[in-house]
Design a protein around this ligand. Structure first.
Ligand SMILES: Cc1ncc(C[n+]2csc(CCOP(=O)(O)OP(=O)(O)O)c2C)c(N)n1
Ligand SMILES: [Mg+2]
Length: 365
């Protein structure tokens, strides 16, 4: 682990020296939306949040990043089999969104769901064990990467069917309204999913019935190898809400506090009975769509630009500039999160495989 931290520090130094290449169109897109929460002019220090909360956001983003890096390693060693879609680069969206809602508000997740699960309070050990197909996993190793739900944390689960969680979120919001629970639902989905018919149908009914749901589009510019420009009739996914009389907003998905504040405002609006909202977070996935993706459809410059807008580094800058934490404290948090992820991987790799005698357990047909 010490070796890993030293490697991370060296990489940081190198990255600091090297100025990221800018791709103009991508830069403009990313800068669209609200002013960054955390920039001194945008907010007073107190409005950033309590120190404990802010450090918790950082730790959650680090856990997700290191978890995903470890997943990539285990995939390469064939210790994780099958498809895993990693979330590295998009951490501020999941962590910001979950920070903007109550513990007992619901989320629905996607095929790229590890970050959502961890941000909503999921545990590292059973998550990693599930990805490794072990008996100690969330689904006793039967589900793998794309089928983890954690009802104790109000996470209704991931899904491999793109767009299929959107009607689930809408139905869950209808249930909250009918039962008068006061809870809301945050529905994560990708730019690609917004082209699925489940999306307009859900927005329409949620708008007509004023359902307490926040649709949160993680626009990472691609669905598999297809760019938004090639697949979507509108450049901004937020524009699609207009046809359903749903208010929408574009936010910088690399800024955790910006996402938190936008989701918090939309959640309170939904809780007050004013209906759904669509938030489009512009973000980027660092890795390919899945492990076999050589990323030939995007340029090195574009990747370098987004690496230069790393959500963890940007937030650490906010913490340092506002005197919330020292460099040493930030490094300690990173080390602690790396140790937790290493422990989860050891736990998973050394856990027993499911007993073949239990193969038919959990089958409802
Ligand atoms: C209904 C459906 N169509 C196609 C696929 C194949 N598929 C898996 S992920 C994906 C891309 C989804 O893109 P997006 O919604 O932008 O999410 P991202 O992978 O970028 O996070 C596709 C087309 C699928 N799983 N389900
Ligand atoms: Mg996408």
């Amino acid at each position: 682990m010490a070796k890993k931290t030293a490697k991370r520090k060296a990489a940081k130094k190198k990255a600091a020296k090297k100025k990221p290449a800018r791709k103009k169109s991508a830069a403009k897109k990313a800068a669209a939306g609200r002013k960054s929460a955390g920039s001194k002019s945008a907010k007073s220090k107190a409005a950033l949040g309590s120190r404990d909360d802010l450090l918790h956001y950082l730790a959650q983003m680090c856990r997700i990043r290191f978890f995903e890096e470890k997943v990539f390693e285990l995939l390469a060693q064939d210790l994780i089999k099958g498809a895993s879609h990693v979330y590295a680069g998009e951490e501020a969206v999941a962590v910001g969104a979950c920070a903007g809602i109550n513990h007992d508000d619901y989320i629905t997740s996607t095929h790229r769901g590890h970050g959502h699960c961890l941000a909503k309070g999921g545990q590292l050990r059973p998550m990693m064990a599930e990805l490794c197909g072990k008996e100690t996993g969330y689904c006793r190793g039967r589900g793998g990467s794309m089928h983890i739900a954690d009802v104790a944390e109000f996470n209704l689960g991931a899904t491999g069917i793109v767009g299929s969680n959107i009607p689930v979120a809408t139905g869950a919001a209808l249930a909250q309204k009918m039962q008068g629970t006061g809870r809301i639902v945050v529905c994560f989905f990708g730019d690609g999913a917004s082209n699925n018919a489940a999306f307009p149908e859900s927005l329409n009914v949620a708008s007509v019935w004023k359902l307490p749901v926040v649709y949160l589009c993680e626009n990472n510019l691609y669905g598999m190898s297809v760019s938004v420009e090639r697949a979507s009739a509108t450049k901004d996914i937020a524009d699609k809400a207009k046809g359903y009389n749903v208010p929408s907003e574009i936010v910088d998905g690399q800024m955790v506090l910006t996402v938190r504040d936008a989701v918090r405002a939309a959640a309170e609006r939904a809780r007050a009975g004013e209906g759904p909202q669509l938030i489009e977070a512009k973000t980027y996935r660092y890795y390919g769509h899945s492990r076999s993706d050589p990323r030939k459809y995007r340029t090195k410059e574009e990747e370098a630009y987004w690496r230069g807008r790393d959500p963890i580094k940007l937030f650490e800058q906010v913490l340092l500039e506002n005197g919330i934490a020292t460099q040493k404290e930030l490094e300690r948090i990173e080390e602690q999160c790396q140790a937790e992820v290493d422990d989860a991987a050891d736990f998973a790799v050394n856990s027993p495989d499911p007993d073949p005698a239990t193969l038919l357990e959990g089958i409802y047909a």
